[in-house]
Write a protein that binds this ligand. Structure first.
Ligand SMILES: [Zn+2]
Length: 653
């Protein structure tokens, strides 16, 4: 979204733009999915590339090319890049011991090694990360490592790899970023870079033992491919090559030209690759320009939780369009208004609805609709003439003149939320102008006043249609169709002579319409269902315990008792203090069920009780026994009870 707004803005300013992107197709998870589904990695990436490409297209992301790293242009470009660095002696060769699966005769990528997390003991942690506690790991950290391919214990085997000595670029990176971009890079980006550089950089392997990726172009590197972090950013170059070829351009103008500015739009998890590693590669190669800026965003969460495609905690674009046909711009608007430009932010369906109903419908849409409907009614949809101007008109004219520069300045500083809020402010100016002048009341006694008011309102609408295009392209096309006006050039905005007197417009229709509560509730429900399903799927039934002797069981004295009193403990969220009639005594038992039962609901209930458990003091109270509970999948606790009432003290066996 930010990249699209920026690219559209630059184009409307007559700049020569190459807006390139592509699918990064050499990740190890792709090969794992392929194995799981019994297909080739190529089949996996073919499927997803088309889905992703279509989604971007459907939401008006105006890439000049959306390419992919499994393309032949990319394989050639990435291999050439390696060859050049290799010939220049930029790599170091190192031998190391790595995990090897003897059954499958292959080295294991980090993701292919599963073992027990040293931090949380989760036994399905990957060699690069534990998905249970989130800590990042290296394969050697795992206890009981095993191969994800064969399940066997891997051996350690020596292997040779090529490394980019990032430590050699430390001094240069300090000058270029820490000293050179202190003021023009966003503080979140600058801060992350500085902390990486301050911690010291180390050589990083650019090759690995895997059969999916760009083969290392050296005879002595059979069976090795380029590491995905090395090949993926080169994808921007290969995409530009393909685009240039199809459009009669020279790709080198865009990557090596002095007047070209390279800007990367990414998320914060990619900052190190785009600000430190890729620039070091470009610097090592020597003939490329470096990024001018990397305005990375923080993370956008969904309803308070981290977005995860594997957990289906996501809003799928194609599903969105099924549920909200024709509302591409409402999502674009909400995403831009909530863009995590300076800190993590949250997308909620409630906010989506509010932005649509209170802003797009009530402000932008309302202004346009009133201006066009009144013009249709009074002047048969022809632009009326402007007459004598009063102070209130002059104010509107000065706002129209001022906003294009104001919005542009924010876009050029990569402050897209601010830019779009100014766009809405300009729509508010129009709304207020109509509310203050009330042309529908003036039409009888001063019709020439109404002509001026509607002329200015329509000029404002035409200005909005140019300035709003980067943010809301679908709606602005619709608006320009209604105005019978075609204009993309930013420099034309600011004028009140965009529409000539007598210009015939089309019949108006609504730009936005209200989103009802039911539609939003259905989306929230969909996420609730996902959450429930995830909980069920993640639930692991505890493994069976080891065998015990009958005598061990017989040592336990379990009885049915009746709860005679129950109260909450002031200092504890979990514990309830129960008085229980066991048939032979009345005793106090503390039970961790305060979050699952109200005290008053327990009085009179029969419970199963381990009565000969050694008394234990908790929160200053002695607990004499233990109430038996069952814990369900979702962690909720339920009492174990006889299915019919029995006498207190009845034994359980
Ligand atoms: Zn862990």
């Amino acid at each position: 979204m930010p990249a699209d707004i920026y690219a559209r803005y630059l184009r409307s300013n007559g700049k020569d733009v190459a807006f390139v992107c592509g699918s990064d197709e050499h990740g190890v998870p792709i090969t794992i999915r392929a194995k799981k589904e019994g297909v080739t990695p190529q089949e996996v990436v073919d499927k997803y590339h088309e889905i992703i490409k279509k989604s971007f297209h459907d939401f008006g992301i105006s890439f000049d090319i959306y390419s992919r790293t499994s393309s032949s242009t990319h394989h050639e470009t990435a291999a050439d890049f390696f060859t050049k660095l290799h010939a220049q002696g930029e790599f170091e060769v190192q031998e190391s011991e790595q995990y090897y699966d003897e059954k499958n005769n292959q080295f294991l990528a980090d993701r292919y090694i599963i073992g027990t997390c040293p931090n949380c003991s989760y036994d399905q942690a990957y060699g690069d990360q534990c998905e249970s506690c989130g800590s990042s790991l290296s394969p050697n950290d795992l206890k009981d490592p095993r191969s994800a391919l064969s399940g066997e214990k891997p051996i350690k085997k020596a292997t040779k790899h090529w490394y980019l000595p990032l430590d050699k670029y430390e001094t240069w990176l300090k000058e270029w970023i820490v000293d050179g971009h202190k003021d023009d890079w966003k503080s979140n980006v600058y801060g992350q870079c500085k902390s990486w550089i301050d911690q010291g950089l180390h050589p990083r392997a650019v090759t690995r033992d895997l059969d999916w990726g760009v083969p290392v172009p050296l005879d002595e590197a059979k069976g090795k491919v380029l590491y995905v972090w090395f090949d993926a950013p080169i994808g921007y170059i290969s995409a530009t090559k393909d685009w240039a070829k199809e459009n009669g351009k020279n790709w080198e103008d865009y990557w090596k030209g002095e007047n070209t500015e390279l800007v990367h739009f990414i998320g914060k998890d990619n900052i190190v690759f785009h600000c430190i590693i890729f620039p070091s590669m470009l610097k090592a190669e020597g003939s490329y320009i470096l990024p001018e800026n990397v305005p990375a965003n923080e993370f956008l969460n969904l309803e308070g939780d981290k977005i995860s495609t594997s957990r289906n905690w996501a809003v799928w674009l194609h599903e969105y369009l099924e549920d909200f046909p024709g509302k591409e711009d409402v999502l674009r608007y909400t995403l831009c208004a909530n863009a995590p430009e300076t800190k993590d932010n949250d997308f909620t369906w409630k906010d989506f609805q509010a932005r649509n109903n209170n802003e797009l419908v009530a402000i932008f849409g309302n202004f346009i609709n009133r201006a066009l409907v009144l013009t249709k009614k009074y002047y048969d949809a022809k632009v009326p003439a402007r007459g004598e101007l009063f102070e209130i008109d002059e104010e509107v004219i000065s706002k129209i003149a001022e906003y294009p520069t104001k919005i542009a300045a924010s876009i050029e500083k990569y402050r897209f939320r601010e830019a779009m809020s100014y766009l809405m402010d300009l729509a508010r100016v129009g709304n207020k102008y109509l509310a203050d002048t009330e042309p529908w009341k003036l039409i009888k006694e001063s019709p020439e006043r109404v002509e001026t008011i509607l002329n200015l309102s329509l000029q404002l609408a035409a200005n909005l249609s140019i300035l709003g295009k980067p943010f809301l392209p679908f709606t602005m096309d619709k608006l320009q169709n209604m105005l019978a006006f075609k204009m993309e050039s930013w420099s034309e905005a600011g004028s009140v002579d965009l529409l000539v007197t007598g210009h015939q417009m089309e019949d108006p229709s609504l730009l936005f319409d209200k989103i009802e509560d039911e539609l939003v509730a259905a989306q929230v429900q969909k996420l609730e269902d996902t959450k429930k399903q995830n909980e069920m799927e993640n639930h692991v039934v505890a493994p069976a315990k080891s065998e015990i002797e009958f005598d061990d069981f017989m040592k336990m004295d379990m009885r049915v008792g009746t709860v005679t009193a129950a109260e909450k403990l002031k200092k504890s969220k979990k514990l309830l203090k129960l008085s229980i009639d066991t048939g032979f005594d009345e005793r106090t038992v503390l039970s961790g069920i305060a979050e699952h039962y109200q005290p008053e609901d327990l009085v009179g209930q029969q419970v199963c009780l381990l009565v000969n458990l050694k008394p234990r003091k908790m929160m200053g109270i002695e607990s004499q026994g233990m109430v038996l509970m069952v814990e369900d999948k979702d962690g909720s606790l339920r009492l174990v009870q006889p299915n019919e009432a029995v006498n207190p003290g009845a034994g359980i066996s």
